[in-house]
Design a protein around this ligand. Structure first.
Ligand code: ATP
Ligand code: MG
Length: 205
């Protein structure tokens, strides 16, 4: 015989009970999370959205009146929209003075450019007035051995305790992932480029 189906009142009650249980769990976790510290955030993976999420976090910091800075380790062919906006809001930028490495193919020149940008990053990693620092595309500098991993780890570890740092880029070194507090991997499900659509200003850069 067919079971009588629940009436909508019973369903609503069960839903309410489930939601209350969920809320109690979330509330307990919120109550338990009491510490504040500078977060090391890594945004990695092959999908689109790493740099935009990094810049989004910088925008949040600026919105709260915090001092923020950005080092871009790979300079694209075009100037990114975020720089135009954020420099106007007082965010300091250091942009590596070279094109994509796979375009220039001049290892010595690229290494010198990477070091120059990293030296600025190191200064900012000692500056406690900077509350949020984005190291965009830093991962490549380490994986292609333009920068020494130990040197990068040391500067990250010794930074001011309240400073937030965001590292973006594909194939992040395991040691940086281990050091990080929060790590997100962006997975590509699809990308318009594969359908022949080019990178567009105001959307891709
Ligand atoms: P975005 O700057 O849009 O947040 P991203 O930082 O995650 O992207 P990068 O690896 O830095 O990605 O690549 C930058 C450029 O390459 C952007 O123009 C982006 O649209 C494009 N791109 C990112 N992921 C892919 C992908 N899976 N296939 C093709 N192009 C991609
Ligand atoms: Mg990027």
């Amino acid at each position: 015989m067919e079971q009588p189906s629940d009436n909508s009142e019973q369903k609503a009650e069960r839903h309410k009970a489930r939601q209350q249980k969920l809320k109690a769990g979330v509330d307990a976790k919120i109550a338990a999370a009491q510490d504040e510290k500078g977060i090391l955030l890594v945004l990695t993976g092959n999908g689109k959205g790493k740099s935009t999420a990094g810049f989004g976090t910088v925008a949040r910091a600026v919105g709260h009146g915090h001092k923020a800075a950005v080092v871009q380790f790979i300079k694209g062919t075009w100037e990114c929209g975020e720089r135009k906006l954020l420099e106007g809001a007082g965010v300091a930028f250091e942009v590596m003075g070279t094109g994509f490495t796979w375009e220039t193919q001049d290892r010595e020149k690229d290494t010198a450019a990477a070091l120059k940008a990293w030296e600025v990053a190191e200064q900012w990693l000692k500056d406690e007035s900077i509350q949020c620092l984005l190291l965009d595309e830093l991962t490549y500098m380490v994986s292609y051995h333009y920068l020494d991993l130990e040197r990068v780890l040391t500067a990250l570890k010794e930074r001011p305790p309240m400073q937030h740092v965001i590292i973006t880029g594909r194939a992040c070194h395991r040691a940086i992932i281990e050091l990080a507090d929060t790590v997100s991997e962006v997975q590509p499900i699809k990308h318009a480029f594969e359908a022949g659509i080019k990178a567009q200003p105001g959307f891709d850069y």
